[in-house]
Design a protein around this ligand. Structure first.
Ligand code: HEM
Length: 156
């Protein structure tokens, strides 16, 4: 079970990043060239937020079953000084939670805006900040101390 959820969470990162990137490019284009906010734009906003929410569920699920987090929670005093364990127990989980909250706020604020330019602008700003937070807090293969693979395929 743990390996399956870890693999899904690892793969789902690419969907999170791809949907955010497409939504960000589209929203800057719409904002800066004054396009009409179409049904497809609204669908893209909704799908991007939904993918982020699925990743949140996978992350919370991992938090409950991961042996890394289990160690962190039960040996807090030592674990808080161990870079890799603290990263997943605190930094990664908290910062990703914040990023997903930013996506949720941006998505629902855009929905409530009444003109098209404001909808694009709201998505562009909130999603860009969330994207930066996510990129910084992913354990990339080149991340010092907390490196994880580009693709994890073994668990499913
Ligand atoms: C956009 C959001 C997120 C992205 C892109 C993301 C990405 C990742 C990646 C790439 C890994 C490494 C997977 C591997 O080892 O192959 C990972 C691990 C992990 N993530 Fe996330 N994550 C996100 C959100 C969250 C959230 C919100 C939580 C918890 C509240 C969370 C909890 C964890 C945990 C506990 C691990 C490590 C588990 C272990 O090694 O045992 N993640 N995440």
């Amino acid at each position: 079970m743990y390996n399956t959820v870890l693999t899904l969470h690892s793969l789902f990162r690419w969907l999170v990043l791809a949907s955010l990137l497409i939504a960000i490019i589209r929203s800057y284009t719409g904002w800066l060239t004054s396009l009409a906010f179409t049904k497809q734009d609204n669908r893209l906003r909704h799908i991007t937020a939904t993918i982020a929410h699925i990743q949140l569920v996978l992350g919370l699920w991992l938090y409950v079953i991961s042996p890394v987090i289990d160690y962190f929670l039960h040996h807090y005093k030592e674990a808080v000084h161990m870079r890799q364990i603290r990263f997943f127990g605190m930094e990664h989980s908290l910062m990703m939670l914040i990023a997903i909250i930013l996506i949720t706020i941006g998505s629902s604020a855009a929905k409530r805006k009444t003109n098209d330019k404001a909808k694009f602008k709201t998505i562009a700003i909130w999603f860009t900040i969330a994207m930066v937070v996510i990129l910084i807090n992913i354990p990339w293969p080149f991340s010092p101390m907390v490196a994880r693979p580009w693709l994890r395929l073994g668990g499913i």
